[in-house]
Ligand binder design. Structure first.
Ligand SMILES: NC(=O)C1=CN([C@@H]2O[C@H](COP(=O)(O)OP(=O)(O)OC[C@H]3O[C@@H](n4cnc5c(N)ncnc54)[C@H](O)[C@@H]3O)[C@@H](O)[C@H]2O)C=CC1
Ligand SMILES: O=C(CO)COP(=O)(O)O
Length: 340
């Protein structure tokens, strides 16, 4: 059995990158977990106070987590590289870091976004820019609201890689007492589940902001899962994955939690804020806002119908007001409930 990684780089010190560094460090006290922070003051705070207060409040990070604002230093000797920056910035970041990532490192994406302009998933961007082979490329995704995990509230997740051996190796490295990763070889399904749930959470948030009740939101969640599953199947993913933690699990967590940035952004839109006002009020990334149109493009390329996604994108683009969103969805021709 392959030994546990000694040195792990986590690229991105926002809420999820920092929390996942804690997960890795709590899982193995011998692992050296190095966080890369964009801002020197964040790295200094992590090293000196063992906190990242802007993102995680008073949560204390374990002693085997350190930080640097130098990406080359963070990546030095890392056998496992975890990527946790906003999706639309990944390509540029990889361009800057690429040479420093070891040729045999395993690369894991924590990101839940689709690249605008190319409609590529994050693992596809990594493969394209770095030439990482499929057996060294993975995703961690599931119902994983960072703040709850940082508080060590129990949750499960999915480690997806086309290589079962690599998925097992990663899963063993991120198993502290409060976090249980399952493995899955359906990388596409797991990644798509994480991407599309953000767009559906925007729709649920819009309903919330407009004061709608639980029937409406349950309808959006259920039919949201149906359209997510249609897209995943068209891309070669499996229906089982969509019924699991990275599909239904994450969708339910994100659509029901006030901690979700995507649901919050949707609520603000539903309350009548413009996109600029939403951007002003949000300090963290809500991936669905930018990924929505890429999801719609990808669906169109594959002939997949995604009416909720289309309605959310129409609202974001300013083509439809929130008050007309329901009509747009309800006036469609009646059809069978079947996914296909
Ligand atoms: N926060 C959560 O609960 C979870 C987040 N995710 C995903 O993880 C990814 C990262 O999210 P968070 O850490 O929550 O975001 P965040 O907004 O908390 O932090 C983003 C981090 O990236 C840095 N950053 C911002 N713009 C950048 C740029 N242009 N280039 C490089 N770095 C930049 C920020 O300084 C910050 O350190 C997203 O794709 C998100 O969907 C996945 C699961 C859970
Ligand atoms: O992905 C998440 C939970 O699994 C976090 O969702 P938000 O990005 O909407 O906060």
């Amino acid at each position: 059995m392959r030994r546990a990684p000694h040195r792990i780089a986590v690229m991105g010190s926002g809420s999820w990158g920092t929390t996942f560094a804690k997960v890795l460090a709590d899982a193995d006290a011998n692992a050296e977990v190095v966080l890369w922070a964009r801002r020197a003051e964040v790295a200094a705070e992590i090293n000196e106070q063992h906190t990242n207060a802007n993102y995680l409040g008073e949560i204390r990070l374990p002693g085997n987590v350190s930080a640097t604002d130098d990406p080359v230093a963070a990546l030095q000797g890392a056998e496992l590289v975890i990527l946790a920056v906003p999706a639309q910035s990944l390509r540029q970041q990889l361009g800057e870091w690429g040479q420093a990532i070891a040729a045999d490192a395993v690369v894991v994406s924590l990101m839940k976004g689709l690249e605008r302009g190319t409609d590529l998933r994050m693992t596809q961007v990594v493969a394209q820019v770095l030439g990482v082979s499929d057996d060294r490329l993975a995703v961690v995704s599931g119902p994983n609201l960072a703040k709850e995990i940082a508080r060590e509230e129990p949750t499960a997740s999915v480690v997806a890689c086309s290589s079962q051996e690599t998925a097992d190796w990663i899963a063993r490295s991120c198993t502290p007492a409060y976090f249980r990763p399952y493995t899955n070889t359906d990388l596409v399904g797991v990644e798509i589940g994480g991407i599309v749930k953000n767009v559906i959470a925007l729709a649920v948030g819009i309903c919330d902001g407009m004061g709608m009740g639980d029937n409406t939101k349950a309808t959006i969640i259920t039919r949201g899962l149906a359209e997510t599953t249609r897209l995943a199947l068209a891309l070669g993913g499996s229906a089982d994955t969509m019924a699991g933690l990275a599909g239904l699990g994450d969708l339910v967590a994100t659509c029901s939690s006030p901690l979700s940035r995507n649901r919050t952004a949707g609520r603000l839109i539903g309350e009548g804020n413009t996109l600029d006002q939403v951007a002003e009020k949000m300090t963290q990334v809500a991936e669905g806002i930018k990924s929505g149109s890429a999801v719609q493009d990808l669906a169109a390329t594959h002939g997949v119908e995604m009416p909720i996604t289309a309605a959310v994108v129409a609202v974001i683009d300013g083509r439809v007001g929130v008050k007309d969103m329901a009509r747009l969805l309800l006036e469609r021709e009646l059809k069978s409930e079947e996914i296909h």
